[in-house]
Ligand binder design. Structure first.
Ligand SMILES: *Cc1c(COP(=O)(O)O)cnc(C)c1O
Length: 379
């Protein structure tokens, strides 16, 4: 099935009781049983909910996986993956990944004896020397947030497989429309559904998608035992968001490309980070593993002071100054003081995340209006 058809029909079945074309919001905590243990497969809504079930089926199909699991947030999905591990296990993680993932690893899980090693993943060969007999998981993110680094999913999963190490890819930035890590060999895909999948800045939700039966059983057990499940209303909103993912992503990509080129030609703008540029260090890998380059990009100003960045950040009208990304409306963000404030400054600078870096989540408005807004703000 081609993507456009898949995004609209994945997991959609008319409701058995009425024929409703949209899966209803089953706003219930429990289900009446005919006799103890005799039921329709639904017992208690932390374990099963029909709206969530429809969404989980949809998530699996759009990521080309067998199983989907929905969580109450992206970090709850990540948290569930780390709960597969035991004290003494080692994780190799991308050095410039999402700040909330870094905080979860360092501030919550290190004290339980899980060991995290951080590495720049833009060259797959830098991973192998870090693998020991205790390495259980490689945590990838590509493109990375906010520097748009690209890691080679197929090359890294091949290394991991040779050592029987699991690979989980945070696919939030690309979305299932642009990139499908399971097809490239990854064991798990994680999403902050909050972003492109929901697409309308009105839901907090996370997801995991996988093929392996035993991984699914372990993660389902964690999902129901720890209880970080999304409510039915949020599942309904995401089911609805997924139906337009492909058309939204096409426009995010078109607008992203236009704005990246506009910024690169702007006399007051310094470096622009966008994987669609032919001179991006891993442009060829991006071209191979992604359908297009997405609507996320970052840039520096030639006047590299924090004050200048702050001036631009508070002068846009269409780009709203806010955390988050992936909604239909454009957002502007200052990683150093906002999304990435939980990463120590020295660590940040080492990874190239400067004080004045500005990140854009390019929405699906008219691109000329967006460029005019940026041009006025940059001055
Ligand atoms: C937002 C985000 C997360 C965390 O997801 P929440 O839904 O906010 O919990 C993880 N990874 C990336 C890349 C993100 O952008």
């Amino acid at each position: 099935m081609k993507p456009a058809t898949k995004f609209i029909h994945a997991g959609a079945h008319p409701d058995p009781s009425t024929g409703a074309i949209m899966t209803p919001i089953y706003q219930t905590s429990t289900y009446v049983q005919e006799a103890p243990g005799v039921n329709k497969g639904f017992e208690y809504a932390r374990s099963q909910n029909p709206t969530r079930k429809a969404l989980e089926e949809s998530l699996a199909i759009i990521e080309n996986g067998k199983y989907g699991l929905a969580f109450s947030s992206g970090v709850a999905a990540t948290d569930s993956v780390i709960k597969l591990l035991a004290p003494g296990d080692e994780v190799i993680a991308a050095s410039d990944m999402y700040g909330g993932t870094y905080r979860l690893f360092t501030k919550i899980y290190e004290k339980f004896g899980i060991i995290f090693k951080y590495v720049d993943m833009h060259e797959a060969k830098s991973i192998e020397p870090l693998i020991t007999k205790n390495t259980k998981l490689i945590w990838m993110e590509t493109p990375t947030n906010p520097l748009m680094n690209i890691a080679d999913i197929a090359a890294i999963t091949a290394i991991a497989k040779a050592h029987q190490v699991l690979v989980c890819v945070d696919n939030t930035f690309a979305s299932p429309y642009l990139q499908n890590p399971l097809d490239l060999g990854a064991d798990l895909v994680m999403h902050s559904v909050t972003k492109y999948l929901s697409g309308h800045s009105d839901v907090i939700q996370g997801a995991l998608v996988m093929n392996d039966d035993s991984l699914r059983d372990q993660l389902y057990f964690i999902q129901k035992s720890c209880g970080a499940v999304p409510g039915p209303m949020d599942c309904f909103l995401v089911l609805r968001g997924i139906k337009t993912l492909h058309v939204r992503m096409q426009r995010h990509c078109e607008n992203g490309a236009m704005i990246a080129r506009f910024l690169r030609d702007h006399p007051k703008v310094g470096k622009v980070y966008w994987p669609g540029f032919a001179d991006h260090p891993n442009h060829d890998i991006a071209k191979n593993q992604m359908r297009d380059f997405g609507g996320m990009l970052s840039f520096e100003l030639k006047d590299d002071s924090v004050a200048n960045a702050r001036r631009v950040l508070s002068s846009t009208h269409l780009f709203s100054l806010a955390e988050s990304l992936g909604g239909v409306e454009s957002l502007i963000n200052h990683p150093a003081s906002m999304t990435h404030a939980s990463i120590p400054r020295e660590e940040r600078l080492k990874n190239g995340l400067t004080d004045s870096l500005i990140r854009l989540s390019v929405g699906i408005e008219d691109a000329e209006d967006l460029m005019e807004d940026l041009n006025r703000a940059i001055g």
